[in-house]
Design a protein around this ligand. Structure first.
Ligand SMILES: *Cc1c(COP(=O)(O)O)cnc(C)c1O
Length: 388
């Protein structure tokens, strides 16, 4: 471990404030570091490992494709990519998909599509995309511009123009921004993940949908974190009774390998025409075979189970000693605590439980398939640490 830390600090660009942990192996939601110390994981690699570590079916799907062909480029057709796109459309009602390699790229694609849709139909100049304060949409220059947090808007200027940020859950502010800007899109997370696990109110989201329909503004839902079963719905928007024009996702879709997907409704399914967008790795067959294995197994039973696990966690922690509030949906939860969240993270780690933070909260994003045994044990320890 000291060797690894030394190499890392010498050779890795220092962009990450790393936690003192280096995992070697794992199965399900249980994993081990290089000293053989055991941990129960409530982070799932930031909502990525939906079926936990080294899930057998996932592993076999990836290995099988890897032994056939690992990459061909998008100059040619590949079966895993076409099949994954079909499954995404069947499960969502969206009509077409563009594959990339990350959440930021999935959002870049969504932004390009919204601007092109508008420029095709209304000419240039109608290009503003409204996003929310405390949002997070990625780390590329354009997606940090989209991100509604001042802390991201330094050092790297000039930034991509055309983004306006408004307060979440405030209909009047949204209406005012729509009126004052030439908008082509509104992009929102239904639960702001990095921004502190803030849930958007259903009536607010319905109102945004209405505004978008009336003004022919595209409704873009960033489901990079909320998607792929995380909230107890396959995609969180399916619990909001809305019809988005564009849905972006990443994290949990790949089950551990990098993928981004941007899904288009009927209205925008052919907007990004030949030559207007692309990716060398996007839709890589190995990654898509793994994603197909993940997506095809996020069944109604799994989603019900996510809701049950949510209830268990909320019942345990709401009103418990040291807990101020708990927000979120499904297995995407933010816990506001009396103690400093970093202190809780480190104490949990000492006692063999991995948790995350978001803003001032403790954030939980466990694997959808965490066992009751693992969950009961991890929440018992977390509860004790919070109460100490
Ligand atoms: C993580 C995240 C992103 C960025 O995804 P990357 O894969 O890191 O580029 C974008 N939007 C949301 C909501 C996220 O949680």
């Amino acid at each position: 471990m000291t060797d690894i830390k030394k190499l890392d600090s010498e050779y890795i660009a220092p962009t990450y404030g790393r936690t003192d942990l280096c995992l070697k192996e794992g199965k399900g939601s249980t994993c081990f570091d290089y000293d053989g110390k055991k941990y129960i994981d409530l982070g799932a690699g930031i909502a990525v490992n939906g079926f936990g570590f080294c899930d057998e079916e996932y592993k076999n799907a990836v290995i099988e494709q890897l032994s056939l062909i690992q990459h061909t480029s998008n100059l040619y057709y590949t079966a895993p990519q076409a099949k994954l796109a079909e499954l995404l459309c069947i499960r969502t009602g969206m009509k077409k998909v563009f594959f990339s390699n990350s959440g930021a790229e999935a959002n870049e694609c969504a932004i390009k599509a919204a601007r092109k849709y508008s420029s095709d139909k209304y000419g240039d100049g109608r290009n503003v995309i409204i996003t929310l304060k405390d949002s997070f949409h990625g780390r590329t220059l354009t997606t940090i511009s989209a991100t509604g947090q001042e802390a991201y808007h330094t050092h790297f200027g000039p930034f991509t123009g055309g983004f306006v940020h408004v307060a979440a859950n405030n209909v009047d502010e949204m209406k005012k921004a729509v009126k004052e800007n030439k908008c082509c899109g509104i992009m929102i997370e239904l639960i702001q993940g990095e921004g502190g696990v803030n849930v958007l109110l259903p009536e607010y989201v319905k109102e945004i949908e209405k505004i978008c329909k009336e003004e022919d503004i595209l409704l873009i839902i960033d489901e990079v974190q909320t998607g792929n079963g995380r909230t107890g719905y396959l995609y969180a928007y399916q619990g909001y009774d809305i019809e988005p024009d564009i849905v972006s996702t990443a994290k949990g879709l790949g089950g551990g390998l990098p993928i981004g997907a941007t899904m288009f409704s009927d209205k925008v399914k052919d907007t990004l025409s030949a030559g207007t967008h692309g990716s060398t790795f996007g839709g890589n067959p190995v990654v898509c075979a793994g994603a197909f294995s993940v997506l095809s197994r996020i069944t109604d039973d799994v989603l019900e189970d996510v809701k049950k696990k949510n209830k268990f966690i909320v019942d345990e922690l709401a009103g418990a000693k040291g807990v101020k509030s708990i927000t979120g949906l499904g297995l995407m939860l933010g816990i506001e605590t009396e103690k400093d969240n970093k202190e809780i993270l480190n104490k949990c780690l000492e006692r063999g439980v991995i948790v995350l933070t978001a803003k001032h909260k403790v954030r939980l994003l466990p694997a959808l398939t965490i066992t009751d045994e693992e969950l009961v044990e991890a929440i018992r320890i977390l509860k004790e640490v919070i109460a100490e």
